[in-house]
Structure formats: C-alpha cells, structure tokens
Design a protein around this ligand. Structure first.
Ligand code: ADP
Ligand code: ZN
Length: 747
C-alpha cells in the first residue's frame, strides 16, 4: 500500500555528508566513461553522491547518478542544470565503488555497468507512481512568480494528469522542463513521494531450525563465525545431498539476526522453485527474488526495498549483484562452478568473481558452495586465499550413487522397430528393472530437440542457419527447425534447397526428443516426460514438473541439464547418461572440467534418500580421465591432471586471458580490423597474442566474427595493455570490438 512516508533519502553511505554545488559529475547510463558529464546543481537542493537525478542530454532527458563533484573547467552557470532529483533511494557508496571496479576490470565503459545497476530505475518514467507532481491549490497569482504563458501551460497540464517527473509534465505541457522547478519552489506544485509497498516480511531466523548432523554443525559454525567479521571467502564443498543449503542457511540466519542483508546468487532461475520453498520452510517467508523475467512493477519495488533495507534476503541471478543493498552482510554463491555465472553479452563479467569483489568492497563474508568446485576456487583454497569447509557425506546416511560405465563398443544399441536406437542393452535392462520396482529413472542427454543435424539423403546437404555458422536443429514437438545460437526458426523443410529432392531429409544423431521417442516405444506403459528448456519456459512449468516428479506422476524423465542441478527427488534411483562423451571432445580450456561437473551433478540426482542410486554412463571412451574419475569417485587424479596441464600451458589461473571478438556485417572490414589489431598488438615480455582467426562461430546472427586472444603471465595485469592496444587501432564504425576478460567461451 502506498503511504505518504517518503522513501528515505539519506541512504547514501559514506559520502552522505558530502553535498555538491554548484557543479556535479553525473554518470549517465550510456556506454561512455563517467568523466564526461558535468551539470549545474539546482538551487532547490544540494545533492549527494549516489543521488539519482534526471538530466538533459542532447534533446532528451536521461536518468543518471551523481558521481562526484564537478570537474569541468566550464563556468557553472554555463553548465546545463540537473532537472530534478528522482525519488528513488540513491546508490550507496559500496555499489558505486563496485561499478567503478567492474568497469575498470572488464574494460567496459562505466556507464554500461551503471545501466545494470539502474536497471530497475530505467523504466522509471511511466512506471507505477512512486512520486507525483501535483498542483498544491495555490494559485500563480498568489505567488511572486509572473504568470507567464509557459507557467500557465504547466499548471494546466498538472491539473489534467499525474506526472512522475518534471520532464513528463513539461512534455505534456509542450514547454521546457526548467520551469517546473520554479513552480515547485514557489509552492504552486507539490512533489508527493510515496514509499514502495512493504513486500518483504522479515525472515524469522528461528522459524524452523533444522537439526544438523555433526559435520553439518561444524561447517555451519565455521560459516556463522565469518559473519560480522569483515571480508572473507569460504568454500563450502560438499557432496551432492550433503545439506549444503541447510548449512549456508545458518549463516543467512545469523546475518539476518544481525539486521543485515543477504544476497544468494544462483546460476539460473529454474533452480529457485525448490530453493524458495526451502527458504520459506526455514524462515517462514519468501525471500525477494531477482531475475530478468520479473514484471516491471515488482522489479522496481524490489529494487527500492533492497535499497531501503526492507528486503532482507535476495535470491537472484547474476544481475542481483548490482542491487543497491543498504547493508549487505553476506553473499552466498550457490553452485559456484557454474558457467552460467558468466554473462556473455553486453558487459561481459563473471558473477562469481565479481561477487567476491563486491564482498571485499562491502567488507562482508562470501560463501561459495559446490559439490564440484571450479579449478580456480580449488587453487585459491590451496593457496590459502580462501578458507574451506567440507561435507564428505550425504545427509541421513544416504549413500552416494554407484557410477558405472557402459562401453558402447561392446554393447552397441540394437535397432528396434522404431528405427535407430540410442540405448544399449544394459541401459535398457536397468531402466526396465527400475520401472518394475516402482522407482523413477532419468535419461540424460544434454541436447535439445530431436536431432542435431538434418541431412539430405540425395545430395548430402545439411540444413544450416541462414545467419550463423550452425546446423539447424530439428524440433519435432513443434515441427520446426531451429538455430540454437540466434533463435532463428523455420518450418520443417520438404524440399532440399540444394538439390530440390523432396522428402529426402533424414535426422542425424539424437536429441532428447528422439530418445524420448525411443523410450515411448520401449516402455509403452510408463509415464514418460521429455524435459528441456523448451518445455520449461516458465517458472510455473518448473514448479509443476517438480510436483509431478515428487508425487510420482512421472516414471521416466528424458531431459537435458535443466534437471541436472539442485533438485532433490527421493524416489529417483537411476540416472542413465545417454552420451557421456558429449562435450569431452571440445578443445576449449574447460571442456573436460565442465563435463565432469555436469555429469557429477546429474549423477547426484540418483538415490538421494534411503534407496540407493545407480548411474550408468554410456561411452565410447571409458579410459578418458573424466569418465574414470566419475566411475572411481576419485576426482583427485583428474584434478591434478587438469591443474598441471593448465600450469604447463600458462592457462588460467596460471596466466591471464583477454579475448577480443571483432565482429560486423562486412566480412572484409572485420578481417582487416582484426589484422590491424594483430599488427598493433603489445609486444611486452610475458605477453602473447594469438590470432586473429575466424571464430568457431565464424558468423553469428549475420555478424562475421574474428577472434584474438591476449595471454599474459599471472603477474601481468592485462587491462592497461589492452586499453593501450585498442587506443592505437582505428576501428571503423561498422565493426565492433568486444572485450572478454577471463573468457569462458571460445566460440
Ligand atoms: P546439497 O545442496 O548439498 O545437494 P541439500 O542442502 O539440497 O544438499 O540437502 C539434501 C536434502 O537433505 C534436502 O532435502 C535437505 O532438506 C535434506 N537435509 C539436509 N540436511 C538436513 C538436516 N540437517 N535436517 C533435515 N533435512 C536435511
Ligand atoms: Zn542462427
């Protein structure tokens, strides 16, 4: 409910006492450096660093943030004036420092980083009212102001509608916005401020305290001990089902009990359906959620509640890192190894790494939770930079699943009446027995659609995306062909575009839909459900699916990694990995590590309660270190091998990488720019530049792409080198050079 209580305007920490006049530097949400814009501070009020303001920019008005005192040599009276302070809480100092830090580290313009932080304020104009400019009832004639036509127009407009901003009112009146303030100062117009609705009841740290086991208690105590003691990083490393969530929720409780806020970062929103429920169980209330699909109104209210401190715990995707926490006391990064924490578009950053930076700037502890910590994190623990706690066993004496390999060379699938088969006889047996004993099974294949490639039987032509270097993937459920890189879709083709043969297309290889088709043919009486991100497109769909699994309305799941993480299904006792080799042949730095983590996660879905679980891996390469590590349950040897390989090659974290992705619609311009970059590359000792070379995705969304990779030794900061380098090379307007510091994608 809106009330007349104003949103606290004294939230800016640190610099609260520092006000600016006559000039102030205002950061705007454009891909520009921050120094660019000085404005005159209106006489109506001093401004503080962090205040959100509306400023004229060219012919428009922009929402920006007061960043510091003015630096311009221009006389204050010649500067353009700030239109008004927006009635949103300001950005606290730690967040402003964080924005500066992220911009410098990722080599992105600070304005672009600020844009993420002001995300909720962006739709400010025209969003549900938090402030309104309304007539006070005082007539112009009763003031010292001259009743000019412009003032009368403004007043007339204000009498007709509700306006949140001076700019909106001025637009409606068809006059300039500068006159609005005079009317406000004279008391003819009033600014009514309303607080955001109180959406988030405070969590009760004692609502339902779990009875922790000994190892859990010890781990929880270690984490709780870090709360309130400044910056620290602790890895919570526990096998799947060991109760990592229960344990870190104790640290959340301790932080909430101190009256501080908590941020729990999760890799994907699909994860939170069950974790929100657990949160409610533990604290009696829902946490605030933050992700890209929040409706605008909720988004803005959440943003304001986080700034006011009335949102105590936020569970969110990576962009939650840029929320304006009033008093952040703890950050948790769940599934810290997840590559989904890397944002690959716009400002390219790794949310886990930046979360550590945010914790350091905020001087609060951070917990990284994972059953398969990233190699970077493992090395940080070994180097003594991170602390760690370990949960070696599953909760309640549940056993870790037994992981076995099926050598596909010895047990090839037998062709069935439905055509090609993807399941070997031992896999078929295992599923049959599981279903017979009334338990649930999951067949896992990390490939959406029916078949990854569609080929013309007559001429060998393969259907590919018109704007990417990628095959079109057949999706039989929707009867469409789809590009998984740009989202292009077309109807299932009937004639070959190359040889005009009709009905000549054959699918090549399996996707989940195809395995589900085989499963339906093999187990006609079983309730089978194919699950991919295509079917789980809404949070409610995820919730329904989980409910169906828990209530055993599904016997056999056939799914991609959407199901691999976090969920807990007590009656699921068999996990069959259809193609464990998928991803292993990749040449990218982390493909083995990632495959290991993913298979470990999906294996962890099996036998989480009292019934023992079993995992079968179909492979053509049983000797591969990843598969051996999974089957033996001993990851140590595999990890050592990965570590020494990276060390030998000077790869992260033993060296640093920055990728430059040169792209544009004109292939020649792109290639020429990439060449020019290469010839201007830094030649310092300890620095190596690889490329240019056409990217693996040589064309993406119609953009031609070339890549360069700068590699430095561990002690050389690449940022200044790259900044210098780019400053030396002229890039035509049609060409874009994207900078990816610490790249995870090498496509
Ligand atoms: P992880 O995140 O390590 O895979 P979870 O935190 O999801 O493990 O715990 C696995 C399951 O065990 C969950 O259903 C959780 O509620 C339950 N569990 C773990 N520890 C406890 C405990 N101390 N008391 C009650 N339930 C627990
Ligand atoms: Zn495409």
């Amino acid at each position: 409910m809106p009330s007349s209580v104003a949103i606290a305007t004294d939230i800016s920490t640190g610099a609260a006492s520092q006000t600016f006049a006559p000039g102030a530097q205002v950061a705007v949400q454009l891909p520009l450096p921050l120094e660019a814009y000085d404005y005159r501070v209106p006489e109506s009020g001093p401004l503080m660093a962090g205040d959100i303001v509306e400023v004229p920019l060219g012919r428009r008005f922009e929402v920006g943030v007061v960043w510091g005192p003015g630096t311009s040599a221009v006389a204050p009276e010649k500067l353009k004036e700030i239109v008004q302070k927006v009635d949103l809480p300001g950005l606290p100092e730690p967040l402003r420092k964080f924005i500066d830090w992220v911009a410098a580290y990722t080599l992105q313009p600070a304005g672009a980083v600020l844009r993420m932080a002001l995300n909720a304020a962006r739709g400010w104009q025209g969003m549900p009212s938090v402030a309104a400019i309304v007539p006070s009832g005082l007539a112009l004639a009763d003031t010292s102001l001259k009743p000019t036509p412009n003032r009368q127009k403004l007043l007339a407009a204000a009498n007709k509608g509700t306006f949140e901003t001076a700019a909106a009112l001025a637009r409606a009146a068809g006059v300039s916005a500068s006159g609005v303030r005079d009317l406000i100062n004279a008391g003819v117009l009033n600014v009514i401020q309303q607080t955001a609705p109180a959406m988030f009841a405070p969590p009760n740290p004692n609502h339902m305290q779990p009875r922790l086991e000994a190892a859990q208690t010890a781990a929880a105590r270690t984490l709780v001990d870090t709360v309130g003691k400044g910056f620290s990083v602790t890895l919570l490393d526990g096998v799947t089902g060991s109760g990592k969530t229960e344990v870190y929720l104790e640290a959340v409780a301790a932080t909430v009990a101190r009256g501080q806020q908590v941020l729990v970062l999760v890799p994907e929103i699909a994860l939170t359906a069950q974790s929100l429920a657990r949160f409610v169980g533990r604290f009696g209330v829902r946490p605030a959620e933050w992700h890209s699909d929040l409706p605008g109104k909720v988004r803005r209210a959440t943003w304001a509640a986080v700034a006011e401190g009335s949102a105590h715990v936020v569970v969110g995707a990576r962009s939650a890192l840029f929320l304006p926490f009033r008093d952040l006391g703890l950050i948790v990064v769940d599934e810290e190894h997840e590559s989904a924490f890397k944002q690959e578009e716009g400002v390219i950053y790794h949310a886990r790494d930046m979360a550590i930076v945010r914790a350091r700037i905020t001087e609060c502890p951070i917990v990284l939770a994972s059953a398969t910590p990233s190699l970077e994190t493992v090395l940080n623990v070994r180097g003594g930079r991170f602390a760690s706690v370990h949960l070696p066993q599953r909760y309640n004496a549940a056993q870790m699943p037994k992981i076995e390999q099926i050598d596909m060379r010895k047990h090839p699938p037998e062709k069935g009446r439905w055509g090609r088969s993807w399941l070997s006889p031992p896999m078929v047996d295992a599923v049959t027995r599981t279903l017979e004993s009334g338990e649930q099974a999951l067949l896992f294949l990390n490939r959406r659609g029916y078949a990854p490639v569609t080929i013309c039987r007559t001429c060998g032509h393969r259907l590919h995306c018109p704007s990417c270097t990628a095959w079109l993937v057949e999706h039989r459920l929707t009867r469409r062909l789809m590009c998984h890189h740009c989202g292009y879709t077309q109807r299932q083709a009937e004639t070959c575009p190359s040889c005009s043969a009709t009905d000549s297309f054959v699918p090549c290889g399996p996707g989940v839909e195809r395995v589900a088709e085989e499963a339906l043919a093999r187990w006609p009486d079983a309730r089978i459900r194919a699950v991919t991100s295509d079917t789980l497109d809404r949070p409610s769909a995820v919730a329904e699916l989980i409910d169906d699994i828990l209530n055993h309305r599904i016997d056999l799941l056939v799914g991609t990694q959407v199901l691999a993480k976090g969920h807990h299904f007590p009656n699921l006792t068999l996990v069959g990995v259809v193609d464990a080799d998928l991803g292993l042949s990749g040449w990218d730095l982390r493909s083995a590590e990632r495959t290991y983590q993913m298979l470990h996660q999906v294996a962890g879905r099996a036998g989480r309660a009292q019934k023992p679980g079993r995992v079968l891996l179909q492979t053509h390469d049983p000797a591969h270190p990843v598969l051996r590590a999974l089957a033996s349950g001993d990851s140590e040897q595999f990890l050592e091998q990965e570590i020494s390989a990276r060390e030998l090659l000077g790869m992260p974290p033993f060296g640093r990488l920055v990728a430059l992705i040169v792209s544009g619609p004109d292939e020649i311009a792109v290639r020429e720019t990439a060449k020019r970059l290469a010839s201007a590359a830094p030649t310092d000792a300890g620095v190596e530049v690889l490329g240019p070379a056409p990217a693996v995705m040589a064309v993406l969304r119609g953009q031609h792409r070339h890549r360069l990779l700068l590699k430095t030794d561990r002690n050389t900061k690449p940022q200044p080198l790259v900044a210098d380098w780019l400053a030396r090379v002229r890039v035509p307007n049609s060409v874009r050079v994207q900078i990816d510091v610490d790249p995870y994608s090498f496509m």
